[in-house]
Design a protein around this ligand. Structure first.
Ligand SMILES: [Zn+2]
Length: 297
């Protein structure tokens, strides 16, 4: 229902939904995808392939991963992990429910404990769709077995790994994961490095909530922390500050237009401040991002 309203009010989003659906068709070919590892700090590594960046803790207690991309990449992910450490996979954390972050759950859930926010389990279990792309209920082995509303800690590989819920940002089930000794945070899709984020309004996301959540993270994060984004390159706190400034200025621009009685089309025609030109990518172009903010206000 909400999705239909969204589509009829924002034709650009209907086009965006079609683009979003295209690359995730069942026939998508993952054979050319390479999964590569990058050392971040201490036992923490980052894997990139297709879909969301994977955070890794590998050490004497075994292996913990944050997000697991797509099911067809499971063997490549496993090979990349084996090259880092011979340990067993013990935990899979999901930053949120989207298919490009949880597709490997169905494989890794058979051997490791999946941990996620309550709404991640709920949406995976019901097969929540994303922007008009229908979902399918996930099988039991792909579902989180440990869930939380606010957060929890995992004591693993010599440090406390703090997991906390961030309210109403990219979806309604987002978490950050902070490695306290390594001083690394994985922000999932609350952070798209150097580009406009997707805001999944149909699944409880909100651009204003996202701005506020990132502001809250910045208040607590040490200045020399390393930041793993959901999409994009390994980042610094300065990169995250610039992203927060982008969110703040773009929300203010759209809010001023809306307060002045302008339609979303008029705000889209006027555009966002020039500094953020080039931050649109793929289906999240400037007009789509303005649409997300307009709908969030
Ligand atoms: Zn996402």
């Amino acid at each position: 229902m909400a999705g239909m309203m969204l589509r009829s009010r924002f034709p650009t989003l209907a086009a965006a939904a079609a683009l979003l659906a295209a690359p995730v068709a069942a026939q998508q070919d993952f054979s050319a995808v390479e999964v590569t590892a990058e050392h971040v700090s201490g036992p923490v590594h980052m894997l990139t392939g297709a879909g969301g960046n994977i955070g890794v803790s590998a050490g004497e207690d075994g292996i913990l991963i944050i997000d697991d991309q797509f099911e067809p990449l499971a063997d490549k992910i496993r090979a990349a992990l084996a090259a880092i450490s011979p340990g067993d996979l013990e935990f899979v954390l999901n930053t949120h429910f989207h298919f490009d972050h949880t597709g490997g759950n169905v494989v890794f859930g058979r051997e490791a404990l999946i941990v996620a926010h309550t709404n991640v389990r709920k949406r995976l279990a019901e097969g929540a769709g994303v922007m008009g792309r229908p979902g399918e209920p996930a099988p039991k082995e792909a579902l989180p077995v440990v869930t939380y509303d606010d957060g929890l800690s995992i004591h693993f590989n010599g440090e406390e790994i703090v997991v906390g819920h961030l309210t109403g940002g990219h979806t309604d089930g987002d978490s950050f994961i902070y490695f306290t000794n390594s001083n690394v945070v994985h922000l999932g899709d609350q952070f798209f490095a150097g580009r406009f984020p997707f805001v999944d309004i149909g699944n409880g996301g909100n651009a204003v909530g996202l701005r506020d959540s990132i502001g809250e993270v910045l208040e607590h994060l040490p200045a020399d922390a390393k930041v793993i984004p959901g999409h994009g390159a390994l980042s610094s706190v300065d990169d995250l500050k610039m992203y927060h400034r982008m969110l703040t200025e773009c929300v203010a621009t759209v809010e001023a237009g809306k307060d002045a009685g302008k339609s979303v089309e008029e705000i889209q025609a006027a555009g966002l401040p020039d500094e953020w030109e080039g931050w649109g990518s793929g289906f999240i172009n400037e007009s789509a991002f303005i649409g997300f903010i307009f709908e969030s206000l």
